[in-house]
Design a protein around this ligand. Structure first.
Ligand code: AMP
Length: 420
């Protein structure tokens, strides 16, 4: 769990502002639901076989013996509100969004918190595949408007209760003969929800996964044509996507379409894609939670992860601007020179001339390389000899010419050169 410090508030505000702009255009209304709900809502809604219910919920018992849970996701709470407030009698679909914290007992690591904020979007009471595509488009557009680059949507269909149960049997019979080759988690999953085997990340399960039957080949006619239409709509609205036959999303309530949106790595430094949003269709959940049969779809985006990307992008830009801003670089070699350089840097600061430096680097070659990359016009070089003599070399980075000047004249000389 973490604090959101004053300097980060603007990112959270910006995300909500952009999201609301888009959501209001599409006719969504905001809903706030309690942070605490009956535990049963999640064990029934999210599902007993899910990691969330099995391992990740913060549960508590009240003095009156009620079992309550800090919401680990929004969907069951919003569906409960839909049922409780009789929204089924209003013109359908009901389009809702919510923003706020959710709680999951996770192993904390980079980008994975125990309390984090989600932007949740739900469309209840409409079975058309247009809605699945529109939901994906809305998340995609929000992320794009927030200037998140390299976005990729992954989609899959996990069928409905009928074709999925047939597929699960098929998958089970495939897995049974390989039970001893899969990881311990997957052996457990085989008993509870064999579909979860498909999103196992363990290395030893990968070759078995690659040979496994794929659900997409076993969808019933209705699910097949629903999925085909979702993809056609995505093509039409030019949302880039990729089919991922292993995407199952680990929640019990999904039917037909499931999706995730990632930011793919841009450079070698970034290794793994970052999951920013995910969701799908859940045609059976409203009924399961006591309402009339109402088809629906929804999803959630992780706000902290978007904030992280927005901050990284801003830092990158700031660095570029500051690098472009310096026309002079100060390179030094040796202890005495380093000390003198600090003093010289101060002189430049007082004269309001931007000077870049890399005092952390000791090799002159590395420092000159950096000055070169930054495309500075002049590099001041202060070696041991110059430090002893009280001089400094000014190197013209364009012509390569060098001249030695008295240290106290350095600022004046550079000023003159920059004015030319
Ligand atoms: P989920 O509700 O698991 O589908 O997650 C939806 C989105 O919430 C993910 O794509 C992530 O961006 C974000 N998210 C999920 N779990 C965490 C977590 N523990 N910490 C931060 N963000 C998370």
């Amino acid at each position: 769990m973490h604090d959101i410090l004053p300097e980060d508030q603007k990112y959270f505000r910006k995300i909500v502002e952009v999201a609301e702009g888009i959501l209001h255009f599409y006719g969504f209304g905001k809903i706030d639901i309690p942070v605490l709900e009956q535990t049963e809502l999640f064990s029934k809604g999210t599902g007993l076989s899910t990691d969330i219910v099995q391992k990740q919920m913060y549960n508590l018992k009240t003095k009156g013996d009620d079992l309550l849970t800090l919401r680990p996701e929004f969907t069951p709470g919003i569906v409960r509100a839909y049922v409780e407030h009789g929204m089924v009698s209003l013109p359908q679909p009901i389009k809702l969004y919510a923003v706020g914290p959710v709680f999951r007992y996770e192993t904390p690591q980079a980008g994975r918190f125990r309390e984090f904020n989600q932007l949740d979007i739900e469309i209840i009471g409409e079975k058309s595949p247009v809605k699945d595509a529109q939901l994906i488009q809305i998340f995609y557009n929000i992320l794009k408007e927030l200037k998140i680059k390299n976005l990729m949507v992954e989609v899959n269909s996990i069928g409905d209760s009928q074709c999925r149960s047939y597929y699960k049997k098929l998958l089970m019979s495939y897995l049974r003969s390989r039970e001893h080759s899969v990881c311990g988690d997957c052996r457990r999953r085989m008993k509870e929800n064999s579909l979860r085997f498909l999103d196992c990340k363990e290395e030893k399960c990968q070759p078995i996964k690659a040979q496994a039957p794929q659900i997409i080949d076993h969808l019933c006619e209705e699910c097949h044509s629903h999925f085909k239409e979702v993809l056609e709509f995505l093509d039409e609205i030019e949302v880039p996507y990729r089919l991922n036959p292993y995407l199952v999303r680990g929640l019990d309530y999904y039917t037909k379409t499931v999706f995730e949106i990632f930011k793919e790595p841009e450079s070698k430094g970034e290794t793994a894609p970052i999951a920013l949003a995910g969701g799908g269709r859940y045609d059976g959940l409203v009924k399961l939670l006591g309402g009339k049969d109402a088809p629906a779809c929804g999803g959630a985006a992780g706000i902290e992860r978007i904030v992280y990307l927005m901050k990284t992008e801003e830092e990158k830009k700031q660095k570029e601007v500051s690098l472009q801003g310096s026309q002079v670089f100060l390179a030094q070699l040796g202890d005495l020179a380093k000390r003198r350089s600090l003093k010289l840097l101060e002189e430049f600061r007082k004269a309001r001339i931007d000077v870049a430096e890399s005092f952390g680097r000791d090799s002159l070659r590395a420092q000159l390389g950096k000055a070169n990359n930054m495309k500075t016009l002049y590099t001041l070089i202060l070696g041991q000899r110059e430090a002893l003599e009280g001089t400094v070399i000014i190197k013209d980075m364009v012509s390569g010419r060098q001249e030695t000047v008295k240290m106290e004249k350095a600022v004046e000389q550079i000023k003159k050169k920059l004015k030319k």
